[in-house]
Design a protein. Structure first.
Length: 405
């Protein structure tokens, strides 16, 4: 058996075929999630040389890149499920939609209990749109991805984009999208509760603040279509293309495409991220820099994907990194565990360290917590087939309820 075949072999887990190197890549991305989220929550500013280096490294190498990588793999997952459904005919659409509904519910609970910046609801909404492209041609999917990413780079709601397209005045739409006095008060209450309130008070204020934000986003003329996160949708569509072409599942058969992904990261993504990090704040805050930032993030993330695919075709590296596969298999559980830990670390009902930790300390904490997750994930999967949240998601999708005690 060749090393490439060994890396790409299928493992039967919880009734679904898994590919080892995809789990490893997802496991690598899980580290980037806590690295990004920790840095996003602490703004004490660099105070030492180590903080300066850590802040620079975070901006260049982390800053949204691993969320992007994680999202690309979500699209690949749909492609794999569609391929299995074609082999064994079954109604995948209804099952997929149930999965997205349950994921949305998990996301709401996650936002209220731990992390207001939850991305699971955005994933669920994008996933509902994604299934519409299950039989579309590669060209159509790529065109839709370009449109979605272009809309994301614009940073405007679909209501504003639609109003501009119709040649009408956007000022009324912009006023509707501004938070009213009630929502402003809810935001202030959220900030106060986060610093000094109890856990129950934080959850209550999160509920009112989050509900108000979602209602505000549904402004006419696009209404609830504004809820579609075009950035994640675009990434899911790109992942669907990569999965349809078998580039991620069988990198040994697509060495040219893998090298192209690597070059996208090294020749374009890395220099762009270095440039944006070194640029003065007034330049990077300009509206024209956002499309450049989107390009920098996407190309470096694709470079990460290509580099990992290339590396994991080497038997030595696949053996060394195999320990990360359980982290990827339990990616959802590990993500929620990370956010629960981070909110306890920074908010008033926990340790209250939001304004205390520096950039280098954040990196050390992220690395240590991730190491603990590597151990825990390997320990857990020696006894169970799924992570706890993955089990809940699967159970509710298949059976619609939890087993009675």
């Amino acid at each position: 058996m060749t090393s490439a075949t060994a890396i790409s072999h299928m493992e039967e887990r919880a009734g679904a075929a898994r590919i080892l190197h995809i789990d490893i890549i997802r496991g690598v991305a899980v580290f980037g999630l806590i690295w990004s989220n920790l840095n996003a929550g602490f703004y004490s500013g660099p105070t030492t040389n180590a903080d300066v280096v850590a802040r620079w490294a975070s901006s260049v190498f982390s800053g949204g890149k691993f969320f992007t990588l994680f999202s690309l793999l979500f699209g690949v997952t749909l492609a794999m499920q569609l391929a299995r459904a074609d082999e064994r005919p079954r109604p995948i659409v209804a099952r997929w939609l149930r999965r997205m509904v349950i994921l949305f519910a998990i996301g709401w609970a996650h936002a209220l209990l731990f992390w207001p910046g939850d991305i699971l609801r955005d994933y669920a909404i994008s996933g509902v749109v994604l299934i519409l492209f299950r039989r579309a041609s590669i060209r159509t999917i790529l065109a839709a991805a370009v449109v979605a990413l272009t809309l994301a780079s614009n940073r405007e709601s679909l209501s504003i984009v639609t109003t501009r397209f119709l040649g009408r005045n956007v000022s009324a739409v912009e006023r509707r999208e501004l938070p009213d006095s009630t929502l402003q008060l809810r935001r202030k209450a959220m900030g106060a509760a986060s610093q000094t309130g109890s856990y129950a008070a934080v959850v209550r204020t999160r509920f009112w603040q989050q509900s108000g934000e979602w209602v505000r986003r549904a402004s006419p003329p696009a209404g609830p279509l504004n809820w579609i996160p075009t950035w994640y949708l675009g990434l899911f569509l790109l992942g669907l293309v990569l999965g349809r072409q078998q580039i991620v599942q069988r990198p040994d058969l697509h060495s040219g495409a893998v090298l192209a992904l690597m070059l996208a990261g090294l020749a374009l993504g890395l220099p762009l991220n270095v440039y944006l990090t070194a640029s003065p704040a007034w330049l990077t805050s300009h509206w024209a820099s956002w499309p450049l930032a989107i390009t920098a993030r996407l190309t470096l993330s694709l470079g990460y994907l290509g580099s990992l695919l290339w590396l994991l075709q080497r038997g030595r590296w696949s053996s060394r990194l195999r320990v990360l596969a359980p982290v990827g298999r339990m990616g959802l559980s590990n993500y929620i565990m990370q956010t629960a830990f981070l909110t306890f670390l920074k908010l008033g009902y926990g340790l209250g360290l939001e304004s205390v930790l520096g950039w280098f300390e954040c990196f050390v904490i992220a690395a240590c917590f991730y190491a603990a997750q590597v151990w825990w994930s390997n320990w857990w999967l020696r006894s169970f087939r799924l992570g706890p949240v993955e089990w809940l998601w699967r159970r509710l999708t298949i059976h619609g309820s939890l087993p009675s005690s």
